[in-house]
Design a protein around this ligand. Structure first.
Ligand SMILES: [Zn+2]
Length: 190
């Protein structure tokens, strides 16, 4: 018996790059990957807006370019930026997709993995709603594992050995998903 028997795999249509039966909030914050470049890295992030507050509409608004700069002091500096991730996993495990997985989302910024720069070119970016120090929810681990299994099935160039944190590809600049993220827990379920 598998201890992960309750966790299911998400189905992803590799033609459209869209996950089935997840909420889509599609954005124009993306472009095409460089010619001949396939996704072969999964990058896990953590995000909360405002910092350490959960449940608001602001992550959707950030990734769709409609974050109101005057709602919170923290938003003013972010509102002008054009960023995105392929998907977000909310505290209750809900998955939201912003960018088709085959396209290039704008999540890693200046980054390098094993000597190869510009990780957005060859990665899938998944945000977890959270902070570096707050324990992530069980529902988030389950949804993340289901999403990664779905990605591995849809994109054979991805692999379970190539799942890293934003802090791994932008050390010194980024710390997410943080010390709270339990890598062994994830690795045991994908
Ligand atoms: Zn990040």
């Amino acid at each position: 018996m598998s201890v992960h028997s309750s966790a299911q795999s998400l189905r992803i249509d590799a033609t459209t790059g869209l996950a089935l039966r997840v909420r889509q909030v599609l954005t124009d914050h993306y472009d095409v990957r460089p010619a001949g470049v396939v996704p072969d890295l999964i990058i896990v992030h953590g995000i909360s807006l405002p910092p350490a507050e959960f449940g608001g509409p602001w992550i959707d608004r950030l990734f769709t370019g409609s974050l109101p700069p005057d709602v919170h002091p923290y938003f003013a500096a972010m509102a002008a930026g054009r960023v995105s991730a392929h998907a977000l996993i909310r505290r209750d495990g809900e998955i939201v997709q912003y960018v088709p997985f085959g396209e290039r989302a704008w999540h890693a910024g200046r980054s390098e993995y094993l000597g190869r720069a510009a990780c957005n070119d060859f990665s899938v970016g998944i945000e977890l709603e959270g902070t570096d120090e707050t324990a992530y929810e069980a529902a988030q681990y389950e949804s993340l594992a289901a999403l990664i299994r779905g990605l591995l099935a849809a994109y054979p160039t991805l692999s379970r050995e190539r799942v890293v944190g934003h802090s791994d590809v932008a050390p010194g600049r980024k710390t997410d998903p943080g010390v709270a993220f339990e890598w062994e827990r994830l690795r045991g379920s994908i």
